[in-house]
Ligand binder design. Sequence first.
Ligand code: PTJ
Length: 255
Amino acid sequence: MNRELVIPPSHPRYASLMGREKIVTGFKDGVVAAEGLIAHGRGECFDYLIGEQTQDFALRAIDAAASQLLIASYPVFSINGNVAALCGDIISSLNSVIEHSAVEINLFYYTREREQNITNMLRKHGLTKMLGTDPSNLVKIPELESNRRFVDSRGIFQADTVFVPLEDGDRTMALKKMNKKVITIDLNPLSRTSQVSDITIIDNIVRAIPLLLERIKFHKQNSNYDQLRELIDGFDNKRALSQALDLMRVGAVSR
Ligand code: PTJ
């Protein structure tokens, strides 16, 4: 009898189960760290509490993030194993749509082998240039002890805006101390990254990243600098975090 895994599209939690499969495949392919499986499980738990749907507070954050990425002089997308496995293809599209951006691989649980596997995977998605992998270009972020302290002198170190999805809190704080605008995607509104970022998209990266790409394409065509500024200035990160917490606590969002 054939007992291969089948996830029927009619399953009520189909999207979540498919995301889980992507992470597991990424782990088997040496892209995702073992710890990345645990991080994903934590994300799933928060996703459950927001109904596994993109909420209004996330849509507003996505619009603000799209605007910030468009007006930035030099935005850099920081990629870890989980991000590469879940949405490496869209990261490649974001990089081509924002011509003045760069992609940098930055790992918490660093191994040379995983860095190489992530590079190969992103190449398959069409990315030709990735920063963060040439040791001769690495510099240290001050006051940080984890492996994430090593950043590319041509990338995150110079960037005015850094996009750091599924990130560790210490580095987010260090990037803020370096006066960078920080955008994150994090399902946990209580994480330090969510709390200290300028723009936190509280949503599953699998849903949020395609929407971000869509909004960037829209604003590129339709919005001028003043309109983009208004979306950024009108976005209140603390409010978005408390709306997410309200939803998680009582299943209702105060508008
Ligand atoms: O590839 P590496 O070595 O750089 O390691 C990557 C992980 C993610 C393992 C590393 O950065 C890590 O340990 O992250 P943390 O500190 O667990 O933080 C990850 C955050 O992302 C947590 O707050 C999770 O709730 C959240 N998260 C996990 N999966 C998702 C998510 N947020 C949005 N979408 C998800 N799919």
